[in-house]
Design a protein around this ligand. Structure first.
Ligand code: UDP
Length: 141
């Protein structure tokens, strides 16, 4: 069973569609095994997106991610890293397949509603970044 980190970004929280996005996770068969709302500060957002530090969009990305609260959750399921990326849709919502979260709810390349870990290795790092070692609740039944 794999785990991945999901973030519902400030644009989607502001649109009041947390529940609609959670429904899509549940319909896909993913289990939510950790969840919290937080308002990222520059330090936390900068640490999370450190790989993008030298990219031209970095400043705007941090400004956007700290503009309002986000929902952060851990999803559990078979092949969940790849399957979650599939139901999210491509980074640019204008290119995303219809029926994906980004095609249906996101406005632009920078304000694109959701984040999902892009590999199993990054998922483990990102889950620990937000939830530490003891913040996840596996479903045994
Ligand atoms: N982003 C942006 N401009 C770009 C590329 C990315 O604003 O040209 C933002 C966008 O919010 C994206 C995030 O930076 O979700 C991280 O980019 P990445 O390439 O890792 O895309 P993702 O894995 O989120 O699809």
């Amino acid at each position: 069973m794999e785990r991945t980190l999901s973030i519902i970004k400030p644009d989607a929280v502001a649109k009041n569609i947390i529940g609609q996005i959670y429904s899509r996770f549940e319909e896909a068969g993913f289990k939510i095994v950790a969840s919290k709302m937080i308002h990222l500060d520059n330090y936390l957002a900068g640490g999370f997106y450190a790989v993008h530090k030298n990219r031209p969009f970095y400043g705007e990305l941090i400004e956007f991610m700290t503009s309002g609260p986000v929902m952060v959750q851990v999803l559990e399921g078979e092949n969940v890293v790849v399957r979650h990326r599939e139901i999210m849709g491509t980074t640019n919502p204008k290119e995303a397949d219809s029926g994906t979260i980004r095609a249906d709810f996101a406005k632009s390349l920078d304000e694109n509603a959701v984040h999902g870990s892009d590999s199993l290795e990054n998922a483990a790092i990102e889950i620990e970044y937000f939830f530490g070692k003891d913040g996840v609740f596996p479903r045994t039944r």
